[in-house]
Ligand binder design. Structure first.
Ligand SMILES: O=C(O)CCCC[C@@H]1SC[C@@H]2NC(=O)N[C@@H]21
Ligand code: NA
Length: 656
């Protein structure tokens, strides 16, 4: 079997006269550039529209929270767009191509991954009338916990943003010679502009537009791909023969059974269906970008509905990416279309497939490129806006309470702009990354999003947790995350590029050196099949699937946080700010009579600021108890409660 010729992202090794070489010479038709330019122009147009209409972005309420006036449909599409970036568009089909449809099991995680945010996180955050999710941490614990949460979020988002900017540009450059830094600059500048000009309203409405372009682009590729591969039946025959359809039990040479309980196997029903729930909670439950969208809804009901409406759209997005991977497999296997392609990194394979298929159809290539950049733009714009929000709300406003609204808004715009430029700089660094971008994104979410999920869960579900416990817990969660994350990179046990041979199209173990026309190229070996020599001890810990990082790190925070809280004097229920607890035990023991429940101290006695679920929204009592209206905790009641309970007062952008 003649070995295939690898080419890496930076130095492409093309064999003259081969398919790849021909493709790299292929340029876009004018219509393709026009469609791509239209995408950028319409995004800019939406940004300008919201800069010049409504309140003209003159207050932070409007710039950061869209005046809390959004309805559930745009919020829901914006929620999808925020965490459906080019990483998913490029990474998921490559995943399906090399491993089969295991990854599709992540769809099972969407059920609890959206139900819990809709019934636990949103009601608490919405009633507290927050602007930044990290205000919750100060209300529940203290200012240092809030600052640590904010800084952790900023760190996570800046890195994730860089991956999202670089992915489409890198893939495009590798396959079509499209100018890499031209694409990064175009994306980054357009995005920075419309986010800085139009605020959250512009970000949400461009997300709506870009989500539609995203779905259209993927659908077009699937339709053309199926048609060019000989129809649905033909595609199905090829993918079944190539055993890319992973059922529950099948275990082949290509992949292990989906029910394999081994936590070191990257994708199984357990790592995706269960580990994926924690990943979803860290994104759709406590991530500022999503929480800000819930808070921008005009009523709590709209916020909850928007979360529910994410479910079908997310399943559609997942299905489109997975089907695209299957069509890609059917297109290239058995028909030896793949000869001379060489070993593509996972990040470039999809672009090669799309450009190869669409090259005869001008306009569709432009549509797919627009789909790719829509995915990137909608994620990056959400990141800029949420970074500006938390920096303003958590790091600046508390130190300049007398800042005027105009200055605060101007500063927020300046922050959005500077985060945009920072992200371009960061994008340059990400070209060093070797993993598949999908794995990189999951590792970022697991290593940083997991501990944040842990500290919020510690606050919401455990009344005894105190600030020291929260701080030490967050620190231990991050330490655990970096220990296992760095360990896995150093021992390079988990993940890694899958080498795809061009003959029998099954991902195989390729290793050793080969000599190409330009010297010796080392083929990166490959896919993490079931390792026969099972790693032991620390090696086994480092080879934990990154899909478990969110669960591992959030549990580390909760357990450490509780131990430290009990050691340093647990909080009493009456000391906790009303509205910051979710009576998890109380609601799970719904069948236990109230008297007994209060003895179990799993719900705070009504005498001390009822927790969120016991208090009907319209209750109005002024006997010093917290008072809830439709909007949530009344400002003066909350301030007076905080003052009497010696909890620092949380700045609030406007009195209710
Ligand atoms: O697409 C990205 O930018 C990151 C990879 C996907 C992130 C998670 S996975 C579960 C959920 N489904 C999505 O489409 N995005 C999020
Ligand atoms: Na996106």
């Amino acid at each position: 079997m003649s070995p295939s010729i690898p080419f890496s992202n930076s130095s492409r090794i093309l064999i003259p006269g081969t398919k790849m070489d021909a493709l790299a010479q292929m340029h876009f038709a004018t219509i393709d550039y026009v469609i791509f330019a239209l995408l950028l122009a319409s995004s800019m147009g939406i940004g300008l529209y919201y800069a010049l209409s409504g309140g003209r972005q003159r207050t932070t309420q409007e710039f950061l929270l869209a005046d809390r006036s959004m309805s559930c449909l745009p919020v829901s599409l914006s929620l999808i767009a925020t965490f459906q970036s080019a990483v998913a568009i490029v990474g998921v089909p490559a995943e399906i191509y090399t491993h089969g449809t295991q990854y599709w099991f992540i769809g099972c995680a969407y059920i609890l991954g959206l139900f819990i945010p809709a019934h636990i996180f949103i009601p608490v955050f919405y009633k507290l009338h927050l602007t930044s999710a990290y205000q919750y941490l100060e209300l529940r614990f203290n200012k240092p916990v809030r600052i640590c949460g904010t800084v952790t979020f900023i760190f996570q988002t800046v890195i994730y943003m860089a991956v999202c900017v670089y992915t489409p540009a890198l893939a495009l450059n590798a396959v079509t010679g499209f100018d890499l830094w031209g694409a990064v600059l175009a994306t980054g500048l357009v995005c920075t502009l419309y986010t800085t000009l139009g605020g959250l309203k512009a970000v949400i409405w461009t997300d709506v537009f870009q989500t539609i372009v995203m779905f259209a682009g993927q659908l077009a590729v699937i339709v053309v791909g199926v048609q060019q591969t000989g129809g649905v039946a033909e595609v199905w025959r090829k993918v079944s023969e190539g055993n890319r359809i992973s059922g529950i039990e099948c275990s082949t040479s290509l992949h292990v059974s989906s029910l394999n309980p081994d936590p070191t196997v990257e994708y199984t029903f357990w790592t995706l269906g269960v580990g994926g729930v924690f990943l979803m909670l860290s994104l759709y439950g406590v991530n500022q970008a999503q929480v800000q969208r819930y808070l921008s809804a005009k009523t709590e009901r709209d916020a909850i509905m928007s979360c529910y409406m994410v479910f079908p759209s997310l399943q559609l997005a997942l299905a489109l990416s997975c089907v695209m991977g299957l069509v890609m497999f059917a297109r290239y296997c058995g028909e030896d279309h793949f000869h001379n392609l060489g070993v593509l990194s996972k990040n470039e394979m999809v672009l090669y497939f799309v450009m190869d298929m669409l090259q005869g159809l001008p306009g569709l290539s432009g549509l797919f490129i627009s789909c790719l950049f829509s995915a990137a733009l909608s994620t990056i714009s959400s990141a800029f806006n949420s970074l500006a929000t938390v920096t303003m709300e958590d790091l600046i406003k508390p130190h300049c309470p007398s800042m005027t609204e105009a200055r605060a808004t101007l500063l927020s715009k300046g922050l959005a702009c500077s985060y945009g430029l920072l992200c371009l700089a960061m994008a340059y660094l990400t070209h060093l990354m070797s993993d598949s971008v999908l794995q990189t994104a999951f590792k970022i979410f697991g290593m940083v999003g997991g501990p944040l999920l842990g500290v919020f869960s510690l606050g919401l579900f455990f009344p005894w947790a105190n600030s020291t416990g929260a701080l030490v817990g967050l620190g231990s969660g991050l330490a655990m995350a970096f220990w296992v994350g760095i360990g896995s990179i150093v021992t390079s046990t988990s993940g890694g590029l899958a080498a795809v041979s061009q003959f029998n199209c099954t991902a195989v173990q390729l290793s050793g050196n080969i000599t190409t026309a330009m010297g010796t190229a080392l083929i990166s070996t490959a896919m993490p099949t079931v390792t026969h020599s099972r790693p032991m001890g620390l090696q086994r810990f480092y080879s934990l699937s990154f899909m478990w990082y969110s669960a591992l790190n959030s549990f580390t925070v909760v357990i450490t946080g509780l131990v430290v809280s009990f050691l340093t004097g647990p909080m009493k229920a009456e000391e906790v700010t009303p509205g910051t607890l979710y009576p998890l035990l109380g609601n799970m023991l719904f069948f236990v009579p109230d008297k007994l429940k209060q003895k179990l101290c799993c719900v705070t006695p009504l005498g001390h600021g009822p927790t969120i679920q016991e208090c009907p929204p319209a209750q109005h009592e002024r006997n010093g108890q917290a008072i809830y209206t439709e909007e949530g905790l009344l400002e003066e009641e909350r301030q007076s409660f905080l003052l009497t309970s010696h909890t620092p007062v949380v700045e609030h952008e406007t009195a209710l």
